[in-house]
Write a protein that binds this ligand. Sequence first.
Ligand code: C2E
Ligand code: CA
Ligand code: CA
Ligand code: CA
Length: 279
Amino acid sequence: AKEFGGDGYQFYSSELNHRAMERLTLETSLRRALERREFLLHYQPLLGIGSGRIVGVEALLRWDSPELGMVSPARFIPLAEETGLIVPIGEWVLRSACEQLRALHELGYTELCVSVNVSARQFRHDGFCAMVAAVLAAVGLDPRYLELELTESVIMERSETAKGILRKLKQMGVSLAIDDFGTGYSSLSYLKHFPIDRLKIDRTFVKEVTVDQDNAAIAEAIVALAHVLNLDVVAEGVETAEQLAFLAALRCDVVQGYHIARPLPPRNLLEFLEARQED
Ligand code: C2E
Ligand code: CA
Ligand code: CA
Ligand code: CA
């Protein structure tokens, strides 16, 4: 390779090695993270527009690694999927989220629901429904306080199998939401055939909803579609009062985003809820 441009190749090759090493470190650390108790959950409040009350929280996974520092879920969830580690990690997330919600119910926040993200591999894993049922029973949480968030691609891939799993979850009394709605699958007809409760409009549409006419039109169309189908709509990534007002005018049901609150560690969530209760 040296004759053909020397350093370029060497750089490329060491860059590759570097990436491979980084991945290996990440994977090795990830394998130990559960037993070393390095995961934690943050919770982002969901505001009901009609009631002006906090109606629920979304559990968002955080990894505090001694070797790597705080690792973003965008970085480690794809790897957890690839390696299958998402299955035990996902179970930990579900159990912890249900336990922490129960604690909040016991403190008097009895209306709150918790939303938990479910990835493709986890959803497809045999016994997913049984695992959810077992966790709810062990924690003693009424299934109606649990919402599972799935993306369009997760439910559209082998959709007949997916439909069966969704029906089972629905029969158990769990709520189901489509996450990142509008970014994935192009056909909307599946919405009719799946037992879905709500749509979460992806942040990319919400971001410029007050300045970009296309995004405004998409948001408006999603809200209208959802309501025709009797589904609730959540707008995620709401960062300004203007966006909130705009979405309220569209009759969006629930909003979530930095304008209401960032994802918070459990203690800060409690402070947030206490402060809101007072006014
Ligand atoms: P997501 O489910 O779409 O979650 C929303 C993401 O948007 C979160 O990023 C949240 O912190 C961020 N966000 C919320 N409000 C705003 C806002 O107003 N502005 C902006 N710019 N961002 C906002 P996060 O926590 O980094 O999570 C990224 C993704 O990782 C999630 O996207 C979800 O797909 C995945 N994830 C997180 N926790 C879990 C989990 O427990 N299990 C699985 N399978 N995936 C998870
Ligand atoms: Ca989500
Ligand atoms: Ca989302
Ligand atoms: Ca997203």
